[in-house]
Design a protein around this ligand. Structure first.
Ligand SMILES: [Fe+2]
Length: 445
């Protein structure tokens, strides 16, 4: 059962919940696009990213396609711009040269679409068809906008110039956390059939049998990662896969993205401000190849996606899988560093209330965690509502990331939520933790 379950809330409450999520999300989009001027919105800050004004109108266009046209059956608002804002037809590198809607027009467009959505939300019956059951299509659109908000936050991180985003620092540690946690052998339920806003790639729920393994109680910290750098980890091909080493050489990697030498230590540029690298914060802005090299150097490996999810969801007392490490309740501020409340990861130990039953911390929020797993469908996967949401990315190109970052909204983050990216990417808010097989003497009951 969840807060979006129609049984508990009824249609009127579901309507109110959807309206509140739409409003809350649009306020975040507005913040991210109003703190810079028009020229800045139209500019491409990195070849990896779209101009912010493309993300803005794309969010409105997807909302128009799915909610106004499909769910509402209403006439198009701007059919003429569908191709411009189709992520599959327009590669990122080409987006700045497209005849994009200028900022004022983009804002007017997204607000016209939103008003039509409020209008149709008033009359929609959540029982007619899979797309609207339990408000799924609305939940999908809210999550889509939040995902673009996180992408826009990553664009802000890449943007040159003075700081425009402000937030209080994350909380200080409240508990000593470190070392490793043994996860006993046995089955657990991976994925979900019941979370109403879960996306196609999180479904269906299915049993997975895992041998005993050991996983880090917390994400790898800057202090730990600096020891890898200091030990010459970036200069020793022993720790790297062959593809990883080739990329490390070609790209000249020598530290996480946004780091620079600062006296004897390092500084880290976050959203236009340089700050000393703090040892007890999870490392962020590392690619999968760097994470894998660190794990080898440490005598460990990255967890598989199933290992990550069992550590996050499996409750040994009941044998069932929870929605989140702390239980089934939606995240609140004490559970996890989510939703851009803070602009960087919280130090290890800052969220004891968010720990899993076995004592694994900060699985949700702070940093997306790379896993060793290639992105594929769960057994029994069916694409819904369209192949382009996730199925077209299945295969050996993409690695799965789990858990969400400080820039991920709570509505777009669950114990089952799956993200994916290329192993060279590190403009995202990506970190990792390590795992290893349990030794025989550890796994004996
Ligand atoms: Fe999109």
């Amino acid at each position: 059962m969840t807060d979006t379950s129609i049984d508990r809330l009824g249609a009127e409450q579901l309507r109110a919940r959807i309206a509140a999520e739409l409003d809350r999300t649009r306020a975040r989009t507005a913040l991210l696009t109003e703190v810079v001027d028009d020229a800045d919105l139209m500019r491409q800050h990195s070849p990896l990213m779209s101009p912010l004004v493309w993300d803005l109108a794309h969010v409105g266009n997807q909302e128009e396609l799915w909610l106004v046209r499909d769910v509402g059956g209403r006439p198009p608002v701007r059919q003429d711009i569908d191709d411009l804002y189709d992520a599959f037809k327009q590669p990122r590198k080409d987006r700045p040269s497209l005849p994009l809607l200028p900022p004022a027009e983009a804002r007017a467009y997204v607000s016209t679409v939103r008003n039509k959505v409020y209008d149709l939300l008033d009359g929609v019956r959540f029982t007619h068809g899979r797309l609207v059951a339990e408000g799924f299509a609305f939940g999908m659109i809210v999550q889509h906008e939040q995902q673009h908000d996180e992408t826009m936050l990553a664009t802000h991180q890449l943007r040159a110039g003075p700081a425009v985003l402000h937030a209080p620092p994350p909380p200080e540690p409240r508990a000593p956390v470190g070392g490793e946690v043994l996860i006993p052998a046995g089955p657990f339920t991976m994925g979900t059939d019941t979370d109403p806003w879960a996306l196609d790639n999180e479904r269906p729920a299915h049993p997975v049998e895992l041998p005993a393994y050991v996983i880090d109680a917390a994400p790898v910290t800057n202090g730990q990662y600096q020891r890898f750098i200091d030990a010459g980890g970036y200069d020793d091909p022993r720790w790297w896969s062959s593809a990883g080493w080739a990329h490390r050489m070609a790209a000249g990697l020598s530290a996480p993205l946004h780091w620079r030498r600062d006296g004897d230590g390092w500084a880290y540029r976050r959203f236009g401000r340089w700050a000393p690298v703090r040892d007890d914060e999870p490392v962020v802005h590392v690619c999968w190849y760097e994470a894998q090299a660190y794990a080898s150097w440490a005598g460990k490996r990255l967890p598989t996606e199933a290992e990550w999810e069992k550590a996050a969801r499996w409750d040994p007392a009941t044998g069932r899988s929870r929605r989140y490490p702390w239980g089934d309740d939606d995240p609140v501020a004490a559970h996890a560093n989510l939703g851009q409340r803070h602009l960087w990861p919280a130090p290890v130990g800052a969220y004891p209330d968010g720990a899993s039953p076995l004592g694994v911390h900060q699985l949700i929020g702070d940093v997306w965690e790379w896993t060793s797993t290639n992105f594929r469908g769960h057994p029994g996967f069916t694409a819904f509502p369209y192949r382009e949401y996730s199925e077209v990315f299945f295969g050996d190109d993409y690695r799965v990331l789990r858990g969400g970052s400080f820039g991920t909204d709570r509505v777009a983050c669950r114990g089952t939520f799956r993200n994916w990216d290329l192993p060279i990417r590190r403009q995202i808010f990506s970190g990792f933790r390590c795992a290893r097989d349990a030794r025989p003497e550890e796994s004996r009951p």
